[in-house]
Each structure stands twice: as structure tokens, then as C-alpha cells.
Write a protein that binds this ligand. Sequence first.
Ligand code: EPU
Length: 334
Amino acid sequence: MLVENYSLLHRNTFGIDVNTRYFFEYNTVEELQCFLQCSVALENELLHIGGGSNLLFLSDFKGVILHSKIKGITCVKEDDEFAYLRVGAGEVWDDFVQYAVEKGLGGVENLSFIPGEVGAAPVQNIGAYGVEAKDVIYQVETIEIKTSKHKTFLAAECDFGYRNSIFKKSLKGQFIVTYVTFCLRKSPIFNTEYSSLREKIASLGNVSLSAVREIVIEIRREKLPNPKEIGSAGSFFMNPVVEKTLASKLKEMYPAMPMHKVNEGVKLSAGWLIEQTGWKGYTEGCVGVYEKQALVLINKGGGTGADVAKLSEKIQQSVYEKFNVKIKSEVIFV
Ligand code: EPU
């Protein structure tokens, strides 16, 4: 279905009121392939969205916004240890997590209640509470935009990193995810090392998939705004990774600064840095910094993408001035 002059207000969780010249939604891979060969697709800029939970629209979009309604969760392979679930890109992420938990399959329970759709999960390697999508992705099926041909990427070919993948790097804008196959454990191995999770699980005594899911949902509800009530895109910034020398200097100056070692260096908490520069709970017109989690910028209604972008620049600037650390947005500016 192709629509002209379509409002994106309910297609981005920030609630930015902009239009797209064309909006195309499809139910099958064949419909997508067919569309990619038509003149509207060939002559215009294309942008594929999922739940619109990681985008900031700065103005009307002049090209075509595509959205997948490819649905379905099928068990395509199974052995003693694992079940492989092939999931349509247009499935709501949390519906899939709920399905897996109900079937007793482990691996995605820590990723409960993340907004967005399955097709976006490998693109930005979504993550929370010590688990990333890459830990459970077996393969990603795609259509190449230029040729309309199928190409399947095994997880090892996706070049996954922190909130990153080949689909955001060298192959940016070239492939559309149609199905993702996840490899889930029939006997779950729980990952409850993340401190806020560990404390709550400990008080429970007995761990189960549904208990982990419920606790994650509870933590997220406490810390993150409900996109149905307050516009936001979850974490607006990524946690910065700095060199060891800078990290030890910072530790001397700010002993309370949260840090943890990763392969590339030392990861800092952007939320902490922003809170320490005094931005938490700040508002400017219709936009602001969420009072319960400084990493989240919010639109209380009526704010523009430019308002949010302006605020984000001010925050980046003051974090840089105070800590000599550059924080980058996780959200994609369109
Ligand atoms: N912190 C503060 N002030 C704040 C927020 C955080 O001091 O306002 C400190 C906390 O005290 C803690 C540390 O920062 O020591 C980490 O905070 P938290 O556990 O809330 O996680 P986060 O690093 O702020 C990341 C992800 C979230 C994910 C959580 C849990 C990124 C950019 N964000 O946030 O992902 O849910 O960890 O794993 O990596 C998202 O990507 O949209 C998202 C919500």
C-alpha cells in the first residue's frame, strides 16, 4: 500500500509532527521486491522504519518511508539444546519476547519491553541488562535494495558491536531486513549479573523466565517514560567508551563515576555524566531531560525535532566541557 503525504506523528515514539511524501507498507517479501522496482522507489530517497523508536525527524521527509508488516513466528529447527525461531521483521519486538518466554525458551527475557520491531533488532543490536540481540541472533534475511535479491547474513557476518552492526556501517541503507532467526535455549541460562536485576532476583529466591521478564518490565517502567504518554526514543545517547588513560584520570577526579572495562577501553555511563552536569529533569519549552533517567530526552508534546536536537547539542557540549568526553547520539537524525 502506497500513500502520499502521510503523517508520521504516530510512527515515531518522539511524537514529532512531520509528514513523508510517500509511505509504503507491505505484508510480504514479494510485495517489497515488486515495489523496489517501481518508479517511485527508484526515483526517491528511501528510509525504512520499524517502530520509529530510535529516530528523530528534523523536518518533513521528501522521499519514501517504508514499513514492514511481515509477521509470523515459526520454529524452523530444533535440537536437544536449542530452538530456532524465524520471526517476521514486522513483529513487535516485545510480542516476540513474550512468545519466547511463554514457550519456555531462554535468551531474550532480559530484552523485555524494549520498544520497536524485530527488523530493527539486528540493525542496531539492541541491548539491555547484560544481553544484546547479537547473543541470540542466528541469521538475518534481507532484500538488497539495488537488486531486490535475497541475501542471508549469518550472525558472524553482521559485524555486531555496541548498538552497531554492518547494517549501520559499510552496508548502511543497502539492505532491508525481512526475517530474523533467533537461537534460543530450551534450558535457559539466566543472565542476572546486571546490578539492578541481580538485587531484585535475589529477593525472589527462585529464577524463572517469566520472573526475569516481569522484573525487567518493572525496572524499565520505573526508569523510562511510556512512549504512549511522553514522547522519547529511549536512551538518546550511547554510553561513551574512552581510553584507559582518560578513564583513570577521571576516576581520580570523580571516584564515584561508574565505569566498566570493555574490549575497546573503558565504558562510562552517559546518564551519570549528564546528571552530574545538572541536566536531569531540565525542561526547555516542550522538550527536556527525563527526571528519572538523564539519558532520555523527552518531548512533552508539540516539540519539534530541531528543539530536541538543539537541547542534545547543549548537553553534549557541557559534558565535553566538564569531563572532556564526547557523547554521541544513539538516535538517528532524519
Ligand atoms: N545513571 C545516573 N543517572 C542517570 C542514569 C544513569 O547516574 O540519570 C547511572 C546509574 O546509576 C548507573 C549507570 O548510570 O550507575 C547505568 O545506568 P542504567 O543501568 O540505567 O543504564 P544506562 O547505561 O543508563 C543502558 C542502555 C539502556 C538499557 C540499560 C539497561 C544505552 C545507551 N542504554 O542505559 O538501553 O535499558 O542500559 O541495560 O546503552 C535504549 O537503548 O534505549 C535503552 C533504554
